[in-house]
Design a protein around this ligand. Sequence first.
Ligand code: PLP
Length: 388
Amino acid sequence: MKGRYGEFGGKYVSELLLPVLDQLDRAFSMARRDSQFNSLLNMYLKKYAGRPTPLYLAERLGKKLGLRIYLKREDLLHTGAHKINNTLGQGLLAKYMGKKRVIAETGAGQHGVATATAAALLGLECDIFMGEKDGERQKLNVYRMKLLGAKVKLVSAGSKTLKDAINEALRDYATNHRDTHHLLGSALGPYPFPKIVKHFQSVIGKEAKRQIIKEEGRLPDFLVACVGGGSNAIGLFAPFLSKKVKLIGVEAAGRGLKTKKHAARISGDGKVGILHGTRTYVLQDRYGQIRETHSISAGLDYPAIGPEHSNLYTRQKAAYVAVTDKAAMKGFHLLCRTEGIIPALEPAHAIGYLPKLARHNPGSLVIVNLSGRGDKDVEQIARAEGVL
Ligand SMILES: *Cc1c(COP(=O)(O)O)cnc(C)c1O
């Protein structure tokens, strides 16, 4: 059924928003077939963001673990992560629809900065909703967004974090949709957002497929990617979904699955529910209240997972595993020392899973999505390790 991924997905939003989402779906269908739209997007991806990103054979890391590992280097993109693929795509889509303002929510600030970047580039007004508590914790990202010309609107409702910021952004969208596009940051939310974000992130998988065939003459045995909302993972997986490649999504096990301080929706104890307009696996208590989540990495710290991942899991097309804060930190240090690459804490979870993968599948050919670089996390890590 349209707008569904098996029993997941859909659009559980107020009636005010339904026609807006339909209009968005129609505009997106036109844009993705429009050669002018596509060549403009490709120009920005190439000349501004730095695509294609390399597929790099991590020989020392591979030797250490007994795998043949390629890293998809999204960390080398402008602004330091894959998020720019989606914000450039949706920024251009906003202009294609004749809108002059974009809004977005942000937790740690990464999606806010990527949105403000695209808005500055494309000459769009930009308002970013951020929980007051998050804004306090991430003052430098608030400043970055302001440098880029965005207004940051601090949200004092609820827990004053990401989920409250999302609610505010959805409210603003319902009121101002005539001139405003809601630039959603992951493969989440009501349909057609999961489809749109997947489309703009699929460039990762399309390049990787071409590159691995050129390097190795065959498809990989495994793809490994960390899963917050699920956009970098679905972007890598997309062109491989019909192939005999094993897909592994890595969720944050935080302090351990038994502690309840984690963000493992599928691999932990999430249940099917509805959050922010979509039906999917959600971390909730037995009364259906959304649970507090925990991860050392802000990008993986969200109580719901993109609906297509829930469906891939149910259909056994992809496997989802959980990696603790501690194992992610080990992965972080391992990549620093073996390859001279400081990863973001999110993809450090994907690296942290590799020793286990190697134990059961030695010698496999693996592509890991290195979704972002670690500059943003170095200070936090130094503090956690008592260096600062
Ligand atoms: C935001 C972020 C993620 C998590 O988002 P997804 O939508 O799951 O990809 C992962 N890695 C990095 C570097 C991020 O900034």
